[in-house]
Design a protein around this ligand. Sequence first.
Ligand code: HAM
Length: 407
Amino acid sequence: MRDIVAPESARFRHFTEVFAEVVGAAGYQQIIPPIMEDLGVFTRLGDATDIVTKEMYDFVDKGGRHVALRPEQTASVCRAYVELRPLTPWKTWYSGPNFRYEKPQRGRYRQFDQVGIEVLGADDPYLDVEVIALAWEFYRRLGLQQVALLVNSLGEPDDRARYVDALRRHFEAAGDALSEQSRETLNKNPLRVLDSKRREDAPIIAGAPTIDQFWSEEAAAHFATVRSGLDDLGIAFEVNMRLVRGLDYYRRTTFEFQGGTLDSAQNALGGGGRYDGLVEDLGGPPTAGIGFALGVDRTLLACSDEGVFGAPDDSVDVFVVDTTGGREALLITNELRAAGLSADRAFDNRSMKSQMKAADRSGATFAVIIGSDEVAAGTAVVRPMRGGDQVVVARAELLSDLKTRIP
Ligand code: HAM
């Protein structure tokens, strides 16, 4: 876990603002779920999911409740849906930290931020296209160029179950040729064996059956509409039948966005898909669901690598330099801030030289300088910090003067 300080913190904030704009413009409304939930909310994500079995921060609280810091927010949104029963389709977006006990490295942290959307109560394949297109538009707004979109369909639950059986048989037949790690994975979740990067597993994985052989007619048609909708919008994608993703709740459409500049273990900038059974697992009625989450930390690393989406300019308009004790600076900064200008000042009655240095460091467009001469004459000096001549203005006209200079 780490501290995020300026200017990176300003990038984080701006990232969320741009995301809120993109999804807000498509009718999504914000949900702020609690950071901690009853453990049971997350164990529904499946006992074959490492995120749940190995990486959760869970503990018993003072009231004896077994709770967990959220490892992700899809389950929380579905739990909220079950409690609130809002009108459908329920289109939500969220942002905030999540916790997973992982091995920290560049792009992988134990506390990390996500922004995401979830839609509950609609089955339409054009919704899948909308969801993917919003992430795509967001990447465009960030200026990221090297993002690859991988899509797959895991079929209806029955299709998926038959596929998992076939995979199990295929991998079991390979016996000891399969790596020890993959044999372990096989016991829990044959799908995840497809994720193995071990060399000895590669030929066995290459010969494994693919999910398309198990798609029902409905699942195949749903996925065909998703693909043609992406084509209609000019969104480039690759169908990757080995894309299984790390959570067990996915059904039908799944997708992942991969960055071009990060190590392959951390190159997933975001991902999502349908999870049509999750609301039911949490005690609600059968409800279709789809969404995605994008990793903020990781996406910003990719932005840095590509030299896009720098920190926004947080510098103030005006820095007030007061060599008469500081009361003038108090009054002027207060007046300017109330009028909507941003203003900073020095404290502790520093020397003129030291205050001018601070003004320079602040990045302010103008310094307003008040010394004993100005107090006596009822004036103030306005000095442009990036070239140009300084002017003397009447103290009473300082605000209106600055307003004409600062757009
Ligand atoms: P996920 O693939 O586990 O999906 O996480 C989504 C993104 O969060 C990843 O692609 C990655 O960018 C980021 N992320 C995950 N773990 C870490 C970490 N330890 N450090 C830094 N970044 C990380 C989900 O969380 C699903 N809830 C997505 C979803 C929403 N599916 C449907 N709706």
